[in-house]
Design a protein around this ligand. Structure first.
Ligand code: UDX
Length: 447
C-alpha cells in the first residue's frame, strides 16, 4: 500500500517512518524546504530514540520518501494523513488553519479515491470541516470524486515514540464508511498481530478520545501534585502514598509521579483546547480548571522552596539547574517547567548555570545568553549554592556525591522529581528538599 503524510513534525515523521518499517510505501510532505532537504540527507528535526535508524533504513530500501510537492506524492496513494501543527489560538482552542489548508490542497490535487485522515490532535467536528474543505476544492474544479474522511488520533509519548507506535496499547480510528474502515484496517494490520487492538468508532468519538485521554492523564498528575503538597503538610511521604494507592488495580501504578508540573507539546495545549470546546458548547469542565491551576502553581513550587531557604535573597548566588527538557529522552523544551523555574531565579537576581544531556541547543532558543551552559552536571554545580533537579534524566540519578559536595559552595539539593533518597542525602551531609516529603512544602506554597 502507498500512503502520503503531510507534516513532518513529531507525529508525521514517526508515523511515516514506522509505517514504512512494516512495508508500506510512504511519502512525507512538508512545506518547509530546508527541513525536507535535511530529511533527504537523514538529518532529523527532532531527537527521538531509534527514529534515525528507521528513517535511514527505509529511505535506503526505497520505502520512505521526503518531498515538498504534494501533487507528485498523491498518485497511487490510498490514504493521506494530515499531521500538521495545531497551535493554540488566543482563546486556547486549536488553530486549524494548517489542517484545513492541507485539506483544500488535497481537494485541488486528488485524482482518485482517498481516505483523508486527521492525525493531528484536532477538536471534535474537525473531520466535518476537513470534509467541507475537500469538497469545496473539488467543487471549484467541477470534479466529482469519491473520498472518505477519518480520524486516527496518535497517542505516542515523546522519548518512547517509536516503541509506542510499533507496539500500541490501542489504535483508535473514527470512520463513517465501510470502505474507509477496510482501508485503514489493512494499513494497520501489521501492528495488530500481537493482539494490540484497533478500535473503530464514529469520528466524533475518536476525536474526543484523544482529548479525554490526555486530559485524564494531566488530571492524574495535578491530583498527585495536590496530594503531594498535602503530604508535605501533614508529614506524610508521597512516595509511600503513591505505592499504597497504585497497588489498587483500579488506580494502577503508572503516571502517579508528583513533580514540578506537566509540560510538553500536548498536555497544556490539549487541556486548554478541551476546556474551550466545553465553553463553545456552553459546558464548563470544572475539573480541568483546577487541573490547570494546580499545574501553574506546581511549576512555581521549587522556586518558592529556594526563596524560603535563602530568606528571600538569592541575588548573585549561583544555582545549577539539572535537566531542561520537559521530560527525559527528548530535547523538547515546549512548556518545560524548567523555564518557569529559571525565569524566576533570574528575575530574583540569581546566576544560573544549566546542564541537560540533550536539550542544550534547543534550550538556547528559549534562554539565550541569560544563563551559562555547562559542559556537564558537575561543571554546572561548581561554586553553586544549590543544585535544582528539573528533569529526571538517567545521568542525574546517581551522581558522585562526594565530588558534587566538594564542588559546591554549599551541599544543598532541590529535587523537583523526587528521584533522590532524602535519608541517604541527609546522611551524606546534603540539605534536601523534595516534593511532598517534608513540611517545607506548606511554606513554599504560602510564600
Ligand atoms: C503525552 C501522552 O502521554 C501521549 O499519550 C500523547 O500522545 C501526547 O502527550 P508526552 O507529552 O510525550 O505524551 O509526555 P508524557 O510522558 O505523557 O509526560 C507529560 C508531562 O507530564 C511531562 O512534563 C512529565 O514530566 C509529566 N509527568 C508525567 C509527571 O509529572 N508525572 C507523571 O507521573 C507522568
Amino acid at each position: 500500500m502507498k500512503i502520503v503524510i503531510v507534516g513532518t513534525g513529531y507525529v508525521g515523521l514517526v508515523t511515516g517512518a514506522c509505517l514504512a518499517e512494516v512495508g508500506t510505501e510512504v511519502v512525507c510532505v512538508d512545506v518547509n524546504t530546508a527541513k525536507i532537504e535535511r530529511l533527504q540527507n537523514d538529518v532529523l528535526p527532532i531527537y527521538e530514540p531509534g527514529l534515525l535508524e528507521i528513517v535511514k533504513r527505509n529511505r535506503q530500501d526505497g520505502r520512505l520518501f521526503f518531498t515538498t510537492d504534494l501533487a507528485s506524492a498523491l498518485p497511487g496513494a490510498e490514504v493521506v494523513f494530515i499531521a500538521v501543527g495545531t497551535p493554540p489560538g488566543e482563546d486556547g482552542s486549536a488553530d486549524l488553519q494548517y489542517v484545513l489548508q492541507v485539506a483544500s490542497q488535497i481537494g485541488q490535487l486528488m485524482e482518485h479515491y482517498l481516505v483523508i485522515v486527521t492525525k493531528s490532535t484536532v477538536p471534535v467536528g474537525t473531520a466535518a470541516q476537513v470534509n467541507r474543505a475537500v469538497k469545496n476544492s473539488l467543487d471549484a474544479r467541477q470534479r466529482i470524486l469519491d473520498y472518505d474522511v477519518a480520524s486516527n488520533p496518535e497517542f505516542l509519548k515523546e522519548g518512547a515514540a517509536v516503541n509506542d507506535f510499533m507496539k500500541p496499547d490501542r489504535i483508535v480510528v473514527g470512520v463513517n464508511t465501510a470502505k474507509a474502515r477496510q482501508t485503514l484496517e489493512q494499513l494497520y494490520h501489521p501492528f495488530l498481530l500481537n493482539g494490540h487492538p484497533i478500535l473503530f468508532m464514529d469520528i466524533a468519538s475518536a476525536e474526543m478520545t484523544k482529548y479525554a485521554a490526555n486530559a485524564m492523564l494531566a488530571t492524574r498528575i495535578s491530583y498527585m501534585n495536590d496530594i503531594a503538597n498535602l503530604c508535605g503538610l501533614v508529614g506524610a511521604d508521597i512516595n509511600q502514598v503513591r505505592k499504597g494507592i497504585g497497588s489498587d488495580p483500579r488506580i494502577g501504578k503508572h503516571f502517579l509521579y508528583p513533580g514540578i508540573g506537566y509540560g510538553g507539546s500536548c498536555f497544556p495545549k490539549d487541556v486548554k483546547a478541551l476546556m474551550q470546546t466545553g465553553r463553545e458548547y456552553g459546558y464548563q469542565l470544572r475539573i480541568l480548571d483546577a487541573v490547570e491551576a494546580v499545574n501553574e502553581d506546581q511549576k512555581k513550587l521549587l522556586f518558592g522552596k529556594v526563596l524560603r531557604h535563602f530568606d528571600g535573597d538569592i541575588r548573585n548566588k549561583k544555582f545549577a539547574v539539572w535537566g531542561l527538557s520537559f521530560k527525559p529522552n527528548t530535547d523538547d523544551m515546549r512548556e518545560a517547567p524548567s523555564l518557569v523555574l529559571i525565569d524566576s531565579l533570574l528575575e530574583a537576581g540569581a546566576i544560573v548555570s544549566v546542564y541537560d544531556p540533550v536539550a542544550m541547543e534547543e534550550a538556547h532558543g528559549y534562554l539565550g545568553n541569560s544563563v551559562t551552559y555547562a559542559e556537564d552536571m558537575y561543571n554546572a554545580a561548581e561554586n553553586a549554592v544549590a543544585v535544582l533537579l528539573a528533569t529526571e534524566w538517567n545521568t542525574f540519578r546517581m551522581p558522585d556525591w562526594q565530588r558534587l559536595r566538594s564542588l559546591m559552595q554549599s551541599p544543598l539539593l532541590f529535587d523537583g522529581r523526587n528521584i533522590y533518597d532524602n535519608v541517604q542525602l541527609t546522611q551524606l551531609g546534603f540539605t534536601y528538599y523534595g516534593i511532598g516529603k517534608t513540611t517545607d512544602t506548606v511554606n513554599a506554597l504560602i510564600q
